[in-house]
Design a protein around this ligand. Sequence first.
Ligand SMILES: Cc1ncc(COP(=O)(O)O)c(C=O)c1O
Length: 359
Amino acid sequence: MTSIRVKPHLGAIERPRAGVDSRLQSLRLDKNERMGGYSRELLDSVLKSISAETLNVYPEPEPIYRRLAAEHNLPIESFLLTHGADGAIRTTFEICDWSRGNEVVCLDPTFAMVGVYCDIFNVQPVLIGYEFRGNALPALDVEAMIRAISPSTSLVILANPNSPTGTLIEQPDLERVIAAAGEVGALVLIDETYYDFSGFTMASRVAAHDNLLIARSLSKGMGLAGLRIGYLIAAGSAARAAFALKPMYEVNNVALQFALALMDRSEEIESYAAAIKGSQSSLSDYCRARGIGFLPTGANFCYIHTGARTEAILQLCQERRILIRAGMGIRGYEQWLRVSLVPEEELKPFFDALEGAGD
Ligand SMILES: Cc1ncc(COP(=O)(O)O)c(C=O)c1O
């Protein structure tokens, strides 16, 4: 008997299951999600506009496409709505012509799905690591990244700011990476999932570079993680290829309605981002007053040095239903806690756990 025609390499990929039924009853400081913070008026107006028809009718994304085109001052053809930034990353893997080279130059560590897509598409990650820097965020060797780009490279992918490192690559270095990739015909995907907090974007450069793509998320600053919506920005043949891969309907009507309402009320995003900065300074003050190491980032998370107390704090957090992670996946940061920033008033149980775990 012949074996069935399933791609054999997929059988070797291990994907974890969610593990828990719900995280809703916990203080969620583990996945950099938004915590509430919408005005009652916004929630009520969108919820009221959701009717049986919203569910009955196939999705109507054109108003969002027009809105994105106006916001970025780019043609409507530059955009593809996706299933979160995750969907934008997957689409980029799908448009790559892997027959011309099967290497993906990427950061290590970075968003876990980058490695998963390398496995799914059966291509080779070329990992550019970071260096431990003691009392600072880790350092990236951009020269090493540029040197790693070769005729075998079809894609360079970098999250900016990156997660979990919280590090940001500045525009001059990005331009050099894009130029080096362009010389070998490789695409560069800049994942700007944390844009609402960093305020830094390369979106205006897609018109100048036909190998540049930008992934955006509505999960973090906009808080629509549960609705799964994001988008890809590109120009020319990359944009056409991405749009060719569009499913019949790219995102659902409820996600579209919330997205449009939030895009029309930028103050809802700005005030949340300001609250997150406030929360970051309170944590920073708390740490400074106690001589605890603190690393801010340009995203909605920060690092706290918990040293020898790390295990005790993690244990207490688990008992008190506080979801949090230690380490960064880089040697040297094992005793740093990564704290997703939420509005300060929600952080009290976490401060209590920090105090409760003793010296
Ligand atoms: C760097 C980075 N990229 C992409 C994502 C996925 O975002 P989305 O929810 O829009 O798929 C995450 C989620 O945490 C992330 O940290």
